[in-house]
Design a binder for this molecule. Structure first.
Ligand code: NAD
Length: 283
């Protein structure tokens, strides 16, 4: 059944909405007749995205809004909330999706860690804290979708700051959903979007063609909508290389490090290579 929020004249706000997964979501929501505001860095990328959104929008330009916002700055996120309320009356769907992945090293510069946490984690916290109370007051069904990552769950070696930020998004969004279901009168639900490998600016790394293993932003958004309509909290997306079953085994193995008292990240520890390979293929 179509989710009541995913319908004409409902208001969607998407951070990091000028490209990649966020832009694919904005285009989809616009095509459903929703009023859409994208928030992103920089006027140029917003203007290009706006033109495409207007042509995808059932309601044309009247239903599309853009705003230059740095999600790591609470005051800018507050201005975004107020501007959307001023123009469209309030927010029914918030997608805290802005993210960066510049790479990080365990003993690398603190400023790099701080920026990654500021955008990926604080952006989600500010967005949720600033928008959710207003969305609850509105008294209508609403959705808050926070974009996490498999890297925040299985925390593979190689990019520790990104993993920490996305593990924080997971923990925060779980707590947010617990809170929302206990607030009297709240019709808002939170959801954790966990994309697979999606071909976007974040992952392109100079490539101009989508690698065979990756999904497109559009596939990711279609899957997200299907799972929102099914009522899922954890929207665990496959891609062309990784089916759900493989993700399930990887997630179980990661949790098993604690239960089985193995070393952390044992999936990448040579002593456990054989056991992990067997675990993945067991039913
Ligand atoms: P993308 O680079 O195409 O989109 C991210 C958008 O966020 C960009 O438009 C960027 O300008 C914007 N942004 C960056 N910093 C910002 C800030 N401070 N304030 C506002 N906007 C800001 O990448 P994407 O792959 O579409 O990423 C979207 C989300 O999906 C991110 O949170 C990312 O971590 C997550 N994700 C992506 C993948 C993947 O394979 N692409 C996998 C897992 C998770």
């Amino acid at each position: 059944m179509a989710h009541p929020v995913l319908s004409p004249d409902q208001v969607a706000v998407i951070t990091g909405g000028a490209s990649g997964i966020g832009f694919a979501a904005a285009r989809k929501f616009a095509s459903l007749g929703m009023k859409v505001c994208i928030a992103d860095l920089g006027a140029d990328c917003l203007a290009a995205a706006e033109a495409e959104l207007v042509s995808a929008s059932k309601g044309g330009a009247a239903n599309i809004m853009t705003m230059a916002v740095d999600v790591s700055r609470a005051e800018e996120v507050s201005k975004l909330e107020a501007a959307v309320r001023g123009r469209f009356g309030g927010t029914d769907l918030l997608m805290n999706n802005a993210g960066i992945q510049p790479g990080s090293a365990m003993f690398g510069p603190a400023e790099n860690w701080q920026r990654i946490l500021a955008v990926n984690l604080w952006g989600v916290i500010y967005g949720s804290q600033i928008f959710a109370p207003r969305m609850i007051e509105r008294g209508r069904p609403g959705l808050i979708i926070n974009t996490g990552s498999k890297q925040g769950i299985t925390t593979p070696p190689g990019d520790p700051a990104y993993n920490v930020s996305k593990a924080g998004v997971k923990a925060f969004t779980e707590a947010l959903q617990h809170e929302l279901r206990n607030v009297k009168g709240s019709l808002i639900t939170a959801h954790l979007l966990i994309p697979g490998f999606v071909f976007t600016g974040l992952t392109a790394k100079g490539r101009t063609e989508k690698p065979a293993g990756a999904w497109t932003g559009e596939q990711t958004v279609d899957f997200m909508i299907e799972r929102l309509e099914a009522g899922d909290f954890y929207i665990l997306c496959p891609d062309n290389d990784v089916p759900r079953r493989l993700d399930e085994r990887r997630i179980l193995w990661a949790a098993g490090d604690i239960v089985e008292n193995r070393p952390p990240l044992s999936r990448w520890h040579p002593d456990y290579a054989e056991a992990f390979a067997k675990f993945v293929t067991e039913s």
